[in-house]
Design a protein around this ligand. Sequence first.
Ligand SMILES: Cc1cc2nc3c(=O)[nH]c(=O)nc-3n(C[C@H](O)[C@H](O)[C@H](O)COP(=O)(O)OP(=O)(O)OC[C@H]3O[C@@H](n4cnc5c(N)ncnc54)[C@H](O)[C@@H]3O)c2cc1C
Length: 443
Amino acid sequence: MGQCDVLVIGGGPAGSTVSSLLSEKGWKVVLLEKDNHPRFHIGESLLPMSLPILDRLGVRGKVEKIGMIKRGAEFVSQYHNGSSATYYFKGARDKNHPYAFQVRRAEFDHILLNNSKDKGTNVLEGVCVTSVDLDSNGMCLITAENGDGKPIEWKARYVVDATGRDSFLAKKLGTRRSNRSHNTSAIYSHFKDVKRRQGDDEGNISIYWFEEGWFWMIPLSDGTMSVGAVCLPEYLQNCKKDLDQFLLDTISRSPDVSRRMQNARMTITTKATGNYSYYSDLLVGKNHILIGDAFAFIDPVFSSGVHLALTSATHAIDVIEATLNGIPKLPSIQREYERKSKHGLKTLSWFIYRITQPAMQNLFMAPRRNTFGIEEAVLSMLAGDLYGKNTVDFQLLLFKILYYINFCAQWKKNWTAYKHRRPKAKDNFSSSMSLPRFNLRLW
Ligand SMILES: Cc1cc2nc3c(=O)[nH]c(=O)nc-3n(C[C@H](O)[C@H](O)[C@H](O)COP(=O)(O)OP(=O)(O)OC[C@H]3O[C@@H](n4cnc5c(N)ncnc54)[C@H](O)[C@@H]3O)c2cc1C
């Protein structure tokens, strides 16, 4: 049986980041990853405020080599005659990070995982964790299976759950809740020969609204375009034929997306992810912590998932070290971790829950030319500036007031859209009837 200070389950962006930073500080870290990298993963669009973290990890140069520069996000609305509005990150309050990258996740995640190996983490790939006992004579006992189905055991002082949407610990502890405020599904693939934007705009993400939700188009550096649709789960349940054809049919529902995809060829088989917004009541315990998607997942319309995973990993370091060092003010450090994690999610959630409302579409399609700093605030949020010194809470409040004015001005249209998107899905994950301690719902 192996022994270590910290055992990290999952080698995505969150797990690799926390491992690198802890190994750098001299802790004995083991990371168990069920797949063998490089492996496919969806989520190719990064945010500018992740770049300081890539610098801290020392991998920015490598990511730059595989990435496509993304200077902004374009929103296209068929409800506004197919017109578009592009939000450039250079207009955000923090002028130090005017761009981000679009990356193939297989390559990006591989860079981060190799970096944690270089920093001294003992990384074992093709090893799937099957059980965790959080109270085995004062230690955590982790059981895993390697590719041959052989069991392996580890004893660790601390366990980090970075298992992404598998949310291993939250499921085991019964704390994972389906997010009733916003539940959507996604269908996606990769294509060649999709028309790209020109010049400096080539790497921008495009978001298209359509009747059933919204599409993304993410240009990758080798000419591939990642294309996906996020829809209500009821829409995906209509899929009676093969997924490839269903995606093509869905694309044909948007004249603007179809125009760019007239000559497109699908290069990988289509994938779908159902019922996918959730959170865990539990974020941190006496010898364990949840980071990245293992804690919560919200709709990816603002490409925030990897950024939230990277930031939660950096924030978790303080809690893990305070626990290992037996620091008396640990409870306040844990509370601070919870506060930060929830603050980022809540800021984004308010916008995400309303993204398909006509009132929100009207505001996004008519940027305010920065009246009262509102556009700068929205851009800062889109850039992932959710935790730092550049607080834009007041300006975001003004945006919310504008939203409600817009909502009331066209209340019938907005109310109908709200009723349409209201989740009908049952809570698939919750086994306990207790009230969640933490609800992302804001109204
Ligand atoms: C449709 C869709 C589109 C998205 N688009 C974007 C986007 O454009 N931009 C963006 O930033 N984010 C996007 N995201 C979200 C993004 O993919 C995630 O937020 C991000 O990958 C989270 O990183 P993570 O490290 O927490 O989890 P993951 O990247 O999922 O990594 C978890 C790892 O844990 C491993 N694992 C799981 N269970 C076990 C186990 N029992 N034992 C060992 N290993 C295990 C998995 O194999 C995996 O490698 C999107 C998500 C979806 C569903």
